[in-house]
Ligand binder design. Sequence first.
Ligand code: FE2
Length: 237
Amino acid sequence: MEDQEIFFEQIRSGGCLSYILGSIKEKLCVVIDPEIDKTEEYLRMAEGLSSRLLYAIDTHTHADHSSACKILRDRVGAKVVMHRACEAPYVDLRVDEGETIQFGGISIQVLHTPGHTEDSTCLLAGDRIFTGDTLLIGGCGRTDLPGGNAEKQYESLRRLVSLGDQIHVFPAHDYRPAFSTLGDEKKTNPRMLVGSKEEFIHFMTSRKPPLPRKFHSALEWNRSPIQGTQRGMGEGI
Ligand SMILES: [Fe+2]
């Protein structure tokens, strides 16, 4: 599909990045890694495009912020999409490696890329890849939180090396202007340039960064059922 027929926007909430991707002609869109504080913004954007918000997709179970997926499900009937390994009970479509999410002439290919979490995915849509916390710009997601595995993260990053250099990278987190290509990451990202699997595992397992500030409340919200999905209930649970 030509780029002029696609609506695409990166939405920033602190260091969290989410994305709306849609077909202008077909008036359908999806949101990727929606964050609870930006719920109204997603809904306004979809409405501004006279577009139906078809899917709310989380690339993985986030441990640092509350997902808006179940709220969007509740408010506008968006179907929640996540990898089949996720523990969230409100998921409508559980996807796996090689499957595609299709809507309005747009096709999103699911790559299962465990390591940051067991349910981590990268989503390839044309020349864009949504890498969640598998690949960050200049880094990669940590592997010491629940479901994390440094060896799997190494293998997942290796998989991305085989994809085209021109593909634009859109991660779930960044505090700087967040745009890169796979080619740039292959050349400059220290996590992709590491000499061996052993070296990578040593680096990832010897780091002890503090837990994310909202770790407990985020995991509780992102893994709990649909009850009480009114806007604003994501914090302080
Ligand atoms: Fe994460």
